[in-house]
Design a protein around this ligand. Sequence first.
Ligand SMILES: [Zn+2]
Length: 84
Amino acid sequence: MTTGKAPSRPPARAGYQCEDCSHTSSRGFPGGRCPGCGSFRIRRLGEPAPVEPPPARRSFRLALLVALWLLLAWKIWNAWLALG
Ligand SMILES: [Zn+2]
């Protein structure tokens, strides 16, 4: 028989860990400082590695492309006016 049980998955290790003494806390360290050794090197757990944000660079390249096309159109327009 089938029960409506959710598929088992590993528990999310959300929290923070000190990189110097590997002290872990689920709610973060007070003042961003490890209570065990006083280190500020705190690492977040349970999150995927940060991926670089692509949209900003893409929009910048798109704006550059549009600007180049506008410049080209303006030059063609000027040349056409000079012909007439
Ligand atoms: Zn520590």
